[in-house]
Write a protein that binds this ligand. Structure first.
Ligand code: ADP
Ligand code: MG
Length: 341
C-alpha cells in the first residue's frame, strides 16, 4: 500500500543556522490491510514522514508510492486514496460537528445523499451522537479527535494516516479511538499511525517500524522484533543473600543447561542472576537441576522482552531516555535564546 524509498529531508540551513536533518535515507513499506505503527521519540521524523506521504511536503530526495501511484508526480490521485488526521488541527469553533463534516463532504464533492448517509454512519461508528450538533468550541480534546477522525474518513479512503492520534487524551477516548481503528482494519482499510507511546503500538499494531533520527532502525511484527532479541528474561536467586562464591557456582551450573543463554551475576542485588532462556520449558529444567545440586530456587521472576527492550537494543537507550534527551536540548535552546536577549 505504501512504499517510501530513500527519503531525505532537511529543514532550514540559512546563512546563520545549520540545517536540521529530519529524514536521513528513510525507507518504509506498509502492506495493504494492516494496522501499522510508526514508533519513535519526539523529533524522530514521524510527522515529516507522514506529511511527505500525504503529499503535503516535498522530500529533498527519494520516492513515494501509495497504492501503486507516484505521490510526487500525481499527488491528487494519492490524496483521493487516503485520509490524513494531523497531529494538531485547528477546528472552527462556531460550526457544529455535523456542519463541519457536511462542509468537508462538499469539498470532497460527495453527492448529497451519499454525503449525509456517510455522516450518519460515522456519527454511529465514533459515538458522536450526543454532541455532534453542538458547536465545536465546546468540545473536549477527545471529542475533537473523534471529529478529526470522522473528517478523515468521510470519503471512505483505502488508507488512513494518523499522526499521534491519542496524545493527551483521557483513557476512555483513547480506547474508543483504538476500537475504531481496529474495526477499520478488520473491514479492510490500511491504517498507519505514528506514536511515541510504546503501549499504544504494542496494543494496536500488526507491524511496526521504529524510527530514530530520521531513519528506520527496526521493522517487523511485534512478535518478530521481540523474538529477535531472544527468549524471556529471568532473574533468580537461590537464597535471599548469596555470597559471590555461591553465585559463581550457580552461574557455572546454569551456563551448562540447554536452552540458557547469557548468565550474568548481578552483584548489586545480593548476587542474583540474570539470564535469557530460549523457551518456557527451560524454567522447570533449571529448577530441577538446581534442586539436585542442593541449590533450590528461592525467588524467580520471568518477563517477556518488551518493545522497550527492542528499542534499547536498536539504539542503546530506552524510549524514555530519548524523550528526555529531546526535552533537555529544547530546554538548553530556550535558555540560550533567553540569555541572548
Ligand atoms: N518546520 C520545521 N522547521 C525546522 N525544523 C523542523 C521543522 N519541522 C520539524 N523540524 C525538525 O525536524 C525533526 C523531525 O521533526 P518531526 O518530523 O516533527 O518529528 P516527530 O513528529 O517524530 O516528533 C526535528 O528535529 C524537528 O525539530
Ligand atoms: Mg510529530
Amino acid at each position: 500500500m505504501i512504499e517510501l524509498q530513500h527519503l531525505s529531508k532537511r529543514y532550514g540551513g540559512g546563512r546563520a543556522t545549520a540545517p536540521v536533518v529530519a529524514l536521513d535515507d528513510l525507507c518504509l513499506t506498509v502492506p495493504e490491510g494492516c494496522l501499522f505503527g510508526l514508533l519513535g521519540p519526539n523529533g524522530a521524523g514521524k510527522t515529516t514522514t507522514l506529511r511527505i506521504l500525504c503529499t503535503l511536503l516535498a522530500p529533498d530526495a527519494g520516492s513515494v508510492r501509495v497504492g501503486g501511484i507516484d505521490g510526487l508526480t500525481d499527488p491528487r490521485a494519492v490524496r483521493n486514496l487516503l485520509g490524513y488526521v494531523a497531529q494538531e488541527v485547528a477546528i472552527d469553533k462556531i460550526l457544529t460537528g455535523r456542519e463541519l463534516l457536511t462542509l468537508q463532504g462538499d469539498l470532497y464533492h460527495l453527492p448529497r445523499p451519499r454525503r449525509d448517509a456517510r455522516i450518519e454512519e460515522l456519527i454511529a461508528l465514533l459515538g458522536m451522537d450526543a454532541w455532534v450538533d453542538r458547536r465545536c468550541g465546546s468540545y473536549s480534546g477527545g471529542m475533537r479527535r473523534r471529529l478529526d477522525l470522522a473528517a478523515g474518513l468521510l470519503h471512505s479512503p483505502r488508507l488512513l494516516v494518523l499522526d499521534e492520534p491519542t496524545v493527551g487524551l483521557d483513557i476512555e477516548s483513547r480506547s474508543a479511538i483504538w476500537q475504531v481503528l481496529r474495526r477499520l482494519r478488520d473491514a479492510g482499510t490500511t491504517v498507519l499511525l505514528s506514536s511515541h507511546y510504546l503501549e499504544e503500538v504494542e496494543a494496536l499494531a500488526d507491524r511496526l517500524a521504529i524510527i530514530d533520527n530520521g531513519r528506520v532502525i527496526a521493522e517487523g511484527t511485534p512478535t518478530e522484533l521481540k523474538a529477535a532479541l531472544g527468549g524471556d528474561r529471568v532473574t533468580l536467586r537461590v537464597r535471599e543473600f548469596s555470597d559471590q562464591e555461591e553465585a559463581l557456582r550457580v552461574q557455572a551450573l546454569l551456563q551448562g543447561c540447554t536452552g540458557v543463554r547469557q548468565v550474568v551475576v548481578n552483584q548489586a542485588q545480593g548476587f542474583s542472576l540474570n539470564l535469557v532462556i530460549e523457551h518456557e520449558g527451560v524454567v522447570e529444567a533449571l529448577r530441577r537441576q538446581l534442586a539436585e545440586a542442593d541449590l533450590p530456587v528461592f525467588a524467580l521472576a520471568q518477563s517477556r522482552p518488551s518493545l522497550d527492550d527492542v528499542y534499547l537494543q536498536a539504539t542503546g537507550r530506552t524510549l524514555m531516555d530519548a524523550e528526555l534527551a529531546v526535552a533537555g536540548s529544547r530546554d538548553a535552546k530556550a535558555e540560550r535564546k533567553q540569555s541572548m536577549r
